[in-house]
Design a protein around this ligand. Structure first.
Ligand SMILES: [Zn+2]
Length: 76
């Protein structure tokens, strides 16, 4: 069974706490925005993590494996 933990930023997050993962990078137009170009990983409890594109893709890939994406069947 796949380990249901993933490291995002410097935090180990249980996969079941992830509500959704952003498809597009953050943009809000604020001059001092620190999230610009980062991808949001929404967690339950009104919490969010912010990550770069390679990490965002890694999160989705891990979620797919954990959720048992049928496309991955037979690869393990
Ligand atoms: Zn912003």
């Amino acid at each position: 069974m796949h380990e249901p933990l993933i490291k995002i930023d410097d935090k180990h997050v249980p996969l079941y706490r992830i509500v959704w993962v952003s498809d597009l990078p953050h943009f809000c137009g604020e001059d001092d925005c620190l999230r610009e170009g980062y991808y949001e990983v929404r967690l339950d409890c009104d919490d969010s993590l912010w990550t770069n594109l390679p990490d965002r893709d890694r999160v989705i890939e891990t979620l797919n494996q954990w959720c048992g994406d049928p496309r991955d069947e037979g690869e393990f």
